[in-house]
Design a protein around this ligand. Structure first.
Ligand code: SF4
Length: 166
């Protein structure tokens, strides 16, 4: 299976299919805000024992932190925990295809919480289905319809989706 899906698309799949489609068409409105905020969190909570290097793999996946055993993903909150888990599982799956086996850790520093994630054969199958589902969305000719979601008002695409209501 060809792997060219960025991790953010895995996240968007669980957040909003329309957002995934818009992003995949090059309409990339996400501000630098979240990246800056995550950088700040990393700084404040300084992961001293962890090699603090953002690592880009194949120009496709961007890992927050990597050490010998773990790929670590740092998130502002656990509101989108399913999306966070699947994004990290996708990274573990991606690395496994390259012959690199690691475990994952999801960090929610504001909540002082960490979750360990392991790639099992069951969730490998889940990831493979997910890759197909993401491709089906990104190659569909028109955007999924606007569906108001609880987090639309804080989404970078809000004006794009709800321009007529403003
Ligand atoms: S504003 Fe809402 S519907 Fe539009 S892309 Fe964002 S989350 Fe999806």
């Amino acid at each position: 299976m060809r792997l060219d899906i960025q991790g953010i698309k895995v996240h968007y799949y669980f957040v909003c299919k329309r957002k995934l489609w818009l992003f995949s068409k090059g309409i990339q409105l996400e501000s630098e805000h979240e990246k800056v905020a995550i950088g700040q969190l990393l700084h404040e909570h300084s992961y001293k024992r962890v090699q603090m290097k953002e690592k880009m793999v194949d120009d496709v996946i961007k890992l927050d932190l990597v050490d010998d055993d773990y790929v670590r993903e740092v998130k502002m909150s656990s509101k989108m925990e399913k999306a966070d888990r699947m994004q990290l599982l996708y990274y573990l799956y991606y690395l496994k295809q390259m012959g690199i086996e690691k475990k994952g850790k999801l960090h929610y520093p504001k909540e002082k919480r960490t979750e360990e994630i392991e790639l099992t054969s069951e969730n490998e199958v889940e990831i493979e289905k997910l890759i197909k589902a993401i491709n089906a969305i990104q190659y569909q000719p028109t955007a999924p319809k606007v569906k108001r979601l609880p987090y639309c008002s804080s989404c970078a695409y809000y004006s794009f989706c709800f321009a007529q209501e403003e």
